[in-house]
Design a protein. Structure first.
Length: 134
């Protein structure tokens, strides 16, 4: 049943075959790959949280996390922030400790001097009761 007059007309492609002039659709590659974990990221976050409460521990953990991340060639903002915050708070803590020690030492020195000047008895100075033994 072939018709000689229709032999010059191209036949349509078979069902499911790509249309002529178009490339086949790319194959499904599956779901996207799970992102790789950044070495030291979790440790950097822990160090960041601890930097407000336990500065020395946070400083150590932050440095460790920063070294791990740099070896892997990635940046770790949490670790860097933990190192900076804990360092600043350690310095501030040292300054506050020095000021408090000097104030208490001065007060203790004044008390000792008062008791040397007034050897025996109980005295009231600035609303405070002071007992000097003699």
């Amino acid at each position: 049943m072939s018709d000689p007059q229709n032999s010059d007309i191209p036949q349509p492609p078979a069902y499911g075959a790509p249309a002529p002039g178009y490339a086949a659709a790319p194959a499904y590659a599956g779901p996207p790959a799970t992102p790789t974990t950044v070495p030291g990221k979790t440790l950097g976050i822990v160090a960041f949280v601890l930097s407000f409460f336990a500065q020395l521990i946070a400083l150590i953990l932050g440095i460790v996390a920063l070294v791990q991340s740099r070896k892997a060639g990635v940046k770790n903002g949490f670790a860097l922030a933990a190192v900076i915050i804990s360092s600043v708070l350690i310095v501030v803590g040292i300054i506050v400790a020095i000021v408090l020690i000097s104030v208490f030492a001065s007060t203790a020195g004044d008390l000792v001097q008062f008791c040397l000047d007034n050897p025996a008895g109980v005295y009231e100075v600035n609303g405070q009761t002071i007992t000097c033994g003699g």
